[in-house]
Structures are given as C-alpha cells and as structure tokens.
Design a protein around this ligand. Structure first.
Ligand code: ADP
Length: 256
C-alpha cells in the first residue's frame, strides 16, 4: 500500500468492463484519477457507467482490460490479507445505504470496522458496541449525535444516509464512495446530506469523495470536479468552473 503525499487514492487507467457475456461494454477505455482533497462527481444518464466506476473503486468489480489501483494496490490483489489496511481506507456509502434496520445507530456505525464480515457475525459482535466516544464523535460530525441509541429503521431517509456516512468515517476511510447518496431525498435533505459529505473532505483534506449524482446542478454546487459519462465513456472531466450548460444539455440528450 502506498498512501504518501502525491499518491492518488484511486487510479483507473484505460479500463474496459464487460459484465459476463453482455456484448456491449459497461465501460470503454475509461481513465480517472482521484487525489486527496478532491470532491469528484460522476454524472451522466442512467446506464452511463457511474455505478460500475464506483464498483471498480472499491474492488467489487475488476477491469476486463486496463488497470485499477486503489491506495497504490492493484485491485486484482486487494482481497489479499496483506492489503487489509488499503481496503479499510475505502468507505462505501451504498445506494439505499444498507443499514441493519433493527440495530441501533451505534451498532450500525460500529459495523464500519468489521471489514468484510457478514451481517450475522456483525450482529454477534455488536450487541455491546465498544468505542462509544469515537462513535459519538462521528455522529456529531454528521449532525445527529442524539440518535446514538435509536433504531436505524426509525430514522428518516436523510438521517439514515448520515449514519451510512458516519459508518464510513468510523471505518477510517480516506476515499468516500457514494452511489446516488441523495436520490431518495427531498431538496432540503439532499442539501443537508451533501453538506455533510462536502465537510468530510474539507475538514480532512487527506480524504476524497467520489459520488455519482445524476442531478448535474447538485454536482456543480457540491463538487470540485465533474466527470461526465455517457454510454460507458468519459465525455469530459474538468473542474466545475469550466463546465457549461450546453455540454450538460448534450450529455443528457436522448439521441445524438
Ligand atoms: P449507471 O450507474 O450510470 O446507471 P451502471 O454502471 O449501473 O450505470 O451500468 C452501466 C451498464 O452496465 C448498463 O448498460 C447496465 O445495464 C450494465 N450493467 C450494470 N451492472 C450489470 C450487471 N451486473 N450485469 C450486466 N450488465 C450490467
């Protein structure tokens, strides 16, 4: 693992992804590097390849051709015991957030340190979460310390998303991956959750955020860089200040 200054947290280089025997590639010759301090939005229409990029970034999908390095480790080798530390540095905030509903918020956050255990082991280990002070600290960062002992399934959608973010922070993640983190939320709650993600990187510039956001205006408002995808290819990759409306319109046009 290499996480020194200047080392990208994620380096996707010339990657093509094909799922099984599907003829059309999900991604074609995609290159994308994410450095500490960046807040990168993946935008583009449904099916453009945003989720596939996030799955490459946490090693769940391997490239068919090309190379992916996560914390300087080739993703093909990421599952090895020796690379446990590199895996810990990648925190995924999945679509629908995937909390364990009947468990308390504290237990859900604590599960961030269980690596790749299944829910059963997690349940056994988490009946009495240790490290409550640290859990409270991350819940304070995401703005809901008072929810520590609430059942996760009693929370609103926005609060559940905050718990998922707190779990990734408690895990010690430096690369935060968020798949459509606000797609199920109303505008006010969306803004609040994106504020939390934004602050997570601004407050700790050794972190970075890579988030898929089909809503381009939100991407422009909350991120520092936009990577636009269409039909599995990168259409453009630039700082938000350089994105113009015409290219956004073109990106989301149905037929070209
Ligand atoms: P997005 O997140 O932008 O909607 P995805 O990465 O989910 O795009 O999908 C990119 C392409 O890959 C789409 O054509 C989708 O149908 C296909 N795809 C995604 N996951 C699978 C899978 N598990 N098996 C087969 N095809 C898939």
């Amino acid at each position: 693992m290499s996480t020194g200054p200047g080392t990208p947290l994620l380096d996707i280089s010339g990657v093509t992804v094909r799922y099984g025997t599907v003829a059309t590639a999900a991604l074609t010759d995609v290159s994308l590097t994410v450095h500490p301090g960046e807040r990168v939005a993946l935008i583009g229409p449904s099916g453009a390849g945003k989720t596939t990029i996030l799955s490459l970034a946490n090693g769940l999908v391997l490239p068919t051709t090309g190379r992916v390095e996560i914390m300087g480790v080739d993703s093909v080798e990421l599952g090895q015991r020796a690379h446990r530390d590199a895996r810990r540095l990648v925190g995924t905030i999945p679509q629908g957030n995937a909390l364990v509903g009947p468990l308390r918020v504290a237990q859900n956050v604590a599960s961030g340190r269980l690596g790749r255990w299944g829910p059963l082991e997690a349940l056994r280990a988490l009946v009495r979460p240790r490290e409550i002070d640290e859990i409270l600290e991350v819940l304070t960062q995401v703005g809901i310390p008072e929810k520590l002992w609430e059942r996760a399934d009693q929370l609103s959608g926005g609060q559940q998303q905050r718990v998922a973010i707190a779990r990734a922070l408690f895990q010690g993640a430096r690369l935060l991956l968020a798949d459509e983190p606000v797609s199920a939320l109303d505008p006010a709650r969306s803004a609040a959750v994106l504020d939390v993600l934004d602050a997570a990187v601004r407050d700790a510039p050794d972190r970075a955020l890579l988030a898929s956001l089909h809503d381009a205006p939100l991407a422009l408002r909350y991120c520092s860089r936009v990577v636009a995808l269409r039909e599995g290819r990168v259409e453009f990759d630039k700082p938000v200040g350089e994105v113009d409306q015409t290219e956004l319109d073109l990106l989301y046009e149905l037929e070209r």
